[in-house]
Design a binder for this molecule. Structure first.
Ligand SMILES: Nc1nc(=O)c2c([nH]1)NC[C@@H]1CN(c3ccc(C(=O)N[C@@H](CCC(=O)O)C(=O)O)cc3)C=[N+]21
Length: 297
């Protein structure tokens, strides 16, 4: 028996969100007397970051947001990045800012991450916002700015009517920007959550029990049909650039899509799944931050 697998593509979600965000951006432009503004601080020239910056810029422009990139050289030091962040914190025309990671080696990422004004922290990476996320009681809505990839995944699940409450969710990966906040959001949505990681023993037994798997390991094709329970929902956060036989490269996820596709009830593609949702949520949260600023004025 074959299962009708839903492909959880970002495209229709993006279309719906763009319409909603265009309306909100126009209304904010009215209230603020200027367009909502996002600033991206980027140091050096990480290629994954370059894709992200490009996609973000395009989406921001479509929606009617000003997106500006502040480039620093790869030789930038902690103090140089801090100076830019502090200037942007103090600038009342900046609604949201993100500091593109990874930063050049030697830069104190933890210090920079927490230097961002939590009200402008549209990546949701500050300790203040991560703490607020984990502290939200189960019977209250989460109102804080939160990491864009996990929030985008929750939006994707909601759009495709994938239910979460009561489900066993297994997250592969424990980063502060994906694994841990993903756990917080799924828990808040009443899933039973397990985080597995590089030191977890017998991962296969844990995965085999999962109704929802979120793979965020950075290891191409790690999750295969041997790991997955029939009917499971598979969310692939991986973005691994691998060589193809014709000497080109392509983007593949942490999930072996071709083998898992037949078993899953729903699965995200790479590209075209989680990545664009991350971009959508960055723009979405910039509008939320701008709305709060407008309401305070
Ligand atoms: N402070 C910070 N916040 C981030 O959220 C952050 C970051 N730094 N540094 C880099 C990573 C990477 N990242 C991506 C998100 C979406 C796509 C994306 O749009 N991907 C498309 C296109 C991929 C392609 O065409 O190659 C897709 O998956 O379909 C890519 C990369 C956010 N990151």
């Amino acid at each position: 028996m074959s299962i009708m697998t839903k492909i959880l593509a970002a495209k229709p979600v993006t279309a719906a969100l763009v319409t909603e965000m265009q309306t909100q951006a126009a209304s904010l432009t009215n209230q603020l007397g200027r367009k909502p503004k996002l600033v991206v601080v980027a140091a050096g020239d990480d290629p994954a970051s370059a894709i992200y910056i490009r996609n973000k810029q395009r989406r921001a422009n479509t929606v009617g947001i000003d997106a500006v990139t502040e480039h620093l050289p790869v030789t930038a030091r902690t103090a140089d990045v801090l100076a830019v962040v502090r200037r942007l914190n103090a600038d009342p025309t900046v609604d949201g800012m993100i500091v593109q990671l990874p930063l050049p080696s030697g830069v104190d990422t933890e210090a920079i991450r927490n230097a961002v004004d939590p009200e402008k922290d549209v990546d949701g990476f500050t300790d203040v916002n991560l703490g607020r996320l984990w502290s939200t009681p189960k019977d209250r809505p989460i109102t804080t700015l939160r990491p864009c990839t996990p929030r985008g995944i929750m939006k994707l699940l909601a759009f495709y009517n994938v239910s979460v409450a009561g489900k066993r969710a297994v997250i592969l990966g424990r980063s502060n920007i994906v694994g841990k906040p993903m756990a917080a959001l799924l828990l808040h949505a009443n899933a039973t959550v397990t985080i597995a990681h590089s030191r977890t023993t017998n991962v296969q037994a844990i995965l085999g029990d999962a109704d929802i798997i979120v793979a965020a390991t950075g290891s191409a094709g790690l999750v295969t049909d041997a790991d997955v329970k029939p009917g499971a929902v598979i969310i692939d956060v991986g973005m691994n650039r691998v060589a193809t036989s014709d000497g080109q490269t392509k983007l593949v996820g942490d999930v072996d899509f071709d083998s898992v596709q037949h078993l899953a009830s729903a699965i995200t593609p790479v590209p075209g799944g989680v990545g664009p949702m991350t971009v959508n949520m960055l723009i979405y949260q910039t509008l939320e931050a701008a709305q709060r600023r407008a309401d305070r004025q």
